[in-house]
Design a protein around this ligand. Sequence first.
Ligand code: ZN
Length: 160
Amino acid sequence: MIIEKNKAVTVHYTLKNKAGEVVDSSEGQEPLAYIQGIGNIVVGLEKQLEGKKVGDKLDAEVSPEEGYGETNDELIRTLPKEQFGDLGDVKVGLSFYIESPQGHVPATILEVTDKDISFDMNHPLAGNTLFFSVEVIGVRDATEEELEHGHVHGPGGHAH
Ligand code: ZN
């Protein structure tokens, strides 16, 4: 069985940035379980996994456009401190969630002045080329229920 749309796929993966630093990895954990072709994982990796089978290993380079997007300057904002309410000890580099029309969006604080706070709502890997090393562990048909929910159930997926 090969990886194609609506297959439930499990993979072990390591993600590195351009500097060769490991950013994310399934090593020492359950392999990642996802459904092919519905946007569970970044599109560039999905494309390169299409047609692969159990035991296949690949190195996949994914451009920002097919990864977490280019850095969008409109997602870098500055707001008066009082709009944040009581944030406690606000530090540069701190991550928090912002309520937005798109739901809870992660943001990272870039700068704190006496009056204002600047923060970045871009994905931390926006603008980055992604370097994945992937090993395909399992491929099966996704169940009706999994397709309805849009995610895999069981080990490496959702536990409900
Ligand atoms: Zn579910």
